[in-house]
Ligand binder design. Structure first.
Ligand SMILES: [Zn+2]
Length: 174
């Protein structure tokens, strides 16, 4: 099932990041620690909340800031999922929402886009001390998806960027 990520209509580099996240092969602090990379206690904490050790699950789903980002994203999409207990199950439920192929394709690409951008934000924060904001992230996902849609032709019947960005996107597609 995870292999379906390779079918995403998205740039290869974004799919590659999403794949590594799904396989837990990204250099989060817990993974570095498992590989015996020396880290001081302070460095192993999530840089957003400072509360927990940084794991992929925390970075992409459980950190309060990510929860806000996913909630906002689902407001745009007009879909709802219960909080999953793993990244794999999040991927499964998120991308499996639609019955129609175009909706499935769209959600799959959005998932990839969001994960890819989140990992970029995480790195910018950790290494360049750049702050980011969940609301702006969701706006960035919308804009990216608008341009990916033009490149990859995921859905055709969208008239303009304003209607693309308006809430309840998926129900409007069905
Ligand atoms: Zn956190």
């Amino acid at each position: 099932m995870l292999n379906s990520v390779w079918k995403a209509k998205a740039p290869q580099k974004a799919i590659m990041t999403a794949w590594r996240v799904l396989k837990n092969r990204i250099p989060t602090c817990d993974n570095l620690r498992k590989r015996q990379v020396p880290l001081c206690e302070e460095d192993t904490k999530c840089k957003e909340c400072g509360m927990q050790e940084e794991s992929a699950y925390h970075v992409f789903l459980a950190c309060p800031k990510m929860e806000e980002a996913w909630n906002d994203l689902q407001k745009w999409l007009g879909t709802a999922t219960v909080r999953p207990n793993s990244i794999e199950s999040h991927f499964g439920t998120f991308a499996a929402f639609g019955k129609e192929k175009k909706v499935k394709n769209l959600l799959l690409a959005i998932w990839v886009c969001c994960i890819w951008l989140l990992w970029k934000k995480r790195n910018e924060k950790r290494f360049e001390y750049k702050e980011w904001d969940p609301k702006k992230l969701v706006m960035e996902v919308k804009i990216r998806m608008w341009s990916w849609n033009r490149i990859f032709g995921i859905v055709e019947d969208v008239s303009n960027l304003d209607s693309w960005c308006a809430d309840k996107f998926v129900p409007r597609m069905m």
